[in-house]
Design a protein around this ligand. Structure first.
Ligand code: SAM
Length: 280
């Protein structure tokens, strides 16, 4: 079975790109190869692809994986994918919004599950957050994203890119940048540079906290008030003044600091101390 050529298929079906669906299709073979190699897809892997477009990356994945399920939202792409990939017995297509898929059901008993995708950029962060928060047993997510989002993922404390999203990804994953991709590798060309990044799910989260919901709430509150002190940020955390003071004391964190200066370990300490004050 041969490679699919994005431009040929787009022309064959007279497909019109929908900007609102983040449709920038890959036309560069080396990028396709690098994504698949970066994901280290092998015959034991069940691959879930989000947004197959006309199936160019899908075919590369089908050549390496045990099976591939692709999730596509655009009605118009369903007949195209069904026709062009009809000879692949290990291919399964789901016509749905990737944010509404039941991944637990999709994964079933599969042990080696990898997400590989050239993500639609308008929903990159909700899709990543949804996949990580669900605590599914993905081995990795190898994804093409905007350079700016990659910078937020890899950001360190006290930098402008550091925020709740950096901490969410760093809590669950190690990260590896595979390559940068220029706008000319797509049709139509996006306005931004892109990065292929692999997020390797850790066996267990990077730090252990007493209450994950509270931990992420502490983080959210800290960054809601980015320019203000932690003390101000924690006003809505549900603790009276005295207990909050105790929590900061136990955690060894100065409440006058700004949230963006805290490491993930410090957020863990603060949220555990708040937890103890709430439940003590
Ligand atoms: N994989 C193809 C490629 O690399 O050429 C297309 C990638 S394109 C950047 C993103 C794809 O995601 C499009 O096919 C778009 O229709 C689809 N898409 C957009 N929003 C989606 C959603 N919420 N759920 C599933 N697919 C979506």
């Amino acid at each position: 079975m041969s490679n699919l050529n994005t431009k040929d298929i787009v022309n064959k079906y007279d497909f019109k790109f929908a900007k609102s669906l983040g449709q920038n299709f890959l036309t560069d073979d080396t990028v396709l190869e690098d994504i698949v190699a970066g994901a280290a897809v092998c015959k034991d892997d069940y691959v879930i692809e989000i947004g197959p477009g006309v199936g160019t990356l899908t075919v590369e994945l089908l050549g390496k994986a045990k099976r591939v399920t692709s999730i596509e939202l655009d009605d118009r792409l369903i007949p195209i994918l069904t026709e062009e990939l009809k000879d692949y017995e290990t291919f399964n297509l789901i016509h749905k919004d990737a944010l509404k898929v039941n991944y637990t059901e999709l994964i079933g008993d599969e042990k080696s599950v990898k997400v590989v995708a050239n993500l639609p950029y308008y929903v990159t962060t909700p899709i990543i957050a949804n996949l990580l928060n669900g605590e599914y047993n993905f081995k990795s997510l190898t994804i093409m994203i905007q350079k700016e989002v990659a910078e937020r993922i890899d950001a360190e404390p006290s930098t402008k890119d550091y925020g709740a999203f950096s901490l969410l990804v760093q809590y669950y994953c190690d990260t590896a940048i595979i390559r940068r991709v220029s706008p000319s590798c797509f049709i139509p060309s996006p306005k931004v540079d892109s990065i292929v990044i692999r997020l390797d799910k850790l066996e267990k989260p990077r730090i252990s906290v007493k209450d994950e919901k509270l931990f992420f709430n502490v983080i959210r509150q800290s960054f809601n008030m980015r320019r203000k002190t932690l003390w101000n940020g924690m006003k809505n955390i549900g603790l009276e003044k005295e207990k909050l003071e105790k929590a900061f004391n136990t955690a060894g964190i100065d409440p006058k600091r700004r949230g963006e200066t805290l490491t993930i370990e410090e957020f863990g300490k603060l949220s555990d101390a708040i937890y103890d004050q709430k439940n003590g």
